[in-house]
Design a protein around this ligand. Structure first.
Ligand SMILES: *Cc1c(COP(=O)(O)O)cnc(C)c1O
Length: 432
């Protein structure tokens, strides 16, 4: 990436993405989609830059340049999904080697570490990485990768990237990767904080329109580039030209979308924090978050992922999600639509139940991705749904119905004083 591009502001980089119209035959301002799966050679043993779509293609090359520019990184690579980007990082390891991972991570990453890498003899130790000392203690002679997700999904706890980088880099043989999906390079800069690789599920905020599955990674190390490019090609996990075209389009509005996500997200989080049926709200940019100071130091803003606990259990949270009219009941996150899910039964259902409960992923936890609808409509939807679903289920329905019975009985009480007495005894028992 040239100095000329590097000096530009983030919004300008997002609009330009390092693309120059002169690279297309007709000077198109928007890069054309190159759907060809193969490319004509000028010599049987060589090619003009592109040979076969899986290996490299013009649309992917343009997008990878854009990602590198957004992160001020030397290299950007695009994959068929966030999961395949993470799998490429893990495939740098050999059998017998070891990963240290933060314990609260995306469910799919946990399954990849545990059930796929684990099966070929790559073991993982999960630690509470909110305390860097736990990462340090878990390092073994054969550790080759430290993998963090910060903020974590779904509890939104933070890890101190700079501190952990300092610990990891006392050793020369360990790679330090950070999953930066939740914040994107707009709000958090893992490489500048000392990580070796930042990985992304582009499917979420980066694409932001709920219509592409893609992954990406950025890094500066020259020796990693050929190894990761080799995996991208030969494990068959690169992104397709059409998806690259769509994501290139989405990235141009990334900063504008994220500023609005942040504003609406905070408004919704503050509303939830004041709601009588919500017992706790998790959002790093709220002063009530235990790591709010770290959030302010390590990130330049926050997107719109909020988790909150409602009074009650699965019955209440299920009823709540079914009541929503503006918010959609769906997994995934980071799109223009507001989405809600219950992590204990969906995104994190594969965690062992007792582990889930220990970490705080209980049935009354709801994860909300605040979209770009009018924030007042989202708040009204939450308020109405909480009141009609949760309050009725949570005790109040019982008290209401008992009160209603009591009144009915009381009206007839003149004629039957004994019934009234019996009922008052029952009422006392039921409400105490
Ligand atoms: C969704 C997600 C992934 C996996 O990405 P896919 O594109 O779904 O494969 C990884 N990490 C985080 C934090 C995610 O939210």
């Amino acid at each position: 990436m040239s100095e000329e591009w590097r000096k530009l502001g983030f919004d300008t980089k997002a609009v330009k993405l390092g693309y120059k119209p002169e690279v297309s035959n007709d000077y198109s301002l928007v890069p054309p989609i190159g759907l060809s799966t193969t490319f004509e050679q000028d010599d049987p043993s060589s090619h003009r830059g592109f040979l076969y779509v899986r290996q490299n293609n013009p649309s992917r090359q343009i997008l990878e340049k854009g990602f590198a520019l957004l992160e001020d990184a030397k290299y950007g690579l695009c994959f068929s999904s966030g999961t395949s980007a993470i799998s490429a990082v893990v495939q740098l390891l050999n059998t017998g080697e070891h990963i240290v991972s933060s314990e609260i991570i995306f469910g799919g990453t946990y399954r990849y570490f545990d059930r796929i890498a684990g099966r070929v003899g790559i073991s993982t130790t999960y630690v509470d990485a909110t305390d860097p000392k736990n990462v340090e203690r878990a390092l073994q002679d054969n550790t080759r990768l430290v993998f963090l997700e910060t903020p974590s999904n779904p509890l939104l706890s933070l890890c101190d990237i700079a501190k952990i980088a300092e610990i990891v880099h006392r050793r020369k043989d360990i790679l330090f990767a950070v999953d930066n999906t939740f914040l994107t390079p707009y709000f958090q800069r893992p490489l500048e904080l000392g990580a070796d690789i930042s990985v992304y599920s582009v499917t979420k905020y980066l694409n932001g329109h709920t219509d592409v599955c893609m992954g990406a990674m950025c890094f500066n190390d020259d020796s990693l580039y050929p190894r990761l490019r080799y995996l991208q090609n030969n494990a068959g996990i690169g992104s397709s030209p059409f998806d690259c075209y769509l994501v290139h389009r989405s990235l141009k509005t990334l900063p504008v979308r994220l500023r609005r996500h942040m504003k609406s997200g905070l408004k919704v989080a503050q509303f939830l924090e004041s709601h009588p049926l919500v017992t706790k709200v998790l959002c790093p940019w709220l002063p009530s978050h235990p790591q709010h100071e770290l959030a302010k130091r390590q990130t330049s803003g926050y997107t719109s992922m909020i988790s909150f606990y409602v009074k009650g259990g699965l019955q209440e949270t299920s009823a709540l999600l079914k009541k929503f009219r503006v918010i959609n009941m769906a997994g995934s996150l980071g799109g223009v639509e507001s989405l809600a899910e219950i992590p204990s039964v969906l995104s994190h259902a594969t965690y062992p139940a007792e582990e889930r409960v220990r970490m705080g992923i209980t049935d009354n936890l709801v994860r909300l991705s605040v979209g770009l609808e009018d924030p007042d409509d989202i708040i009204a939807d939450l308020d109405l749904s909480l009141r009609s679903a949760v309050s009725l289920l949570y005790g109040e329905r019982r008290i209401y119905s008992i009160t209603a019975c009591f009144c009915t009985v009381a009206l007839r009480a003149k004629a039957r004083p004994i019934t009234l007495k019996i009922f008052m005894l029952l009422f006392d028992n039921a409400t105490s």
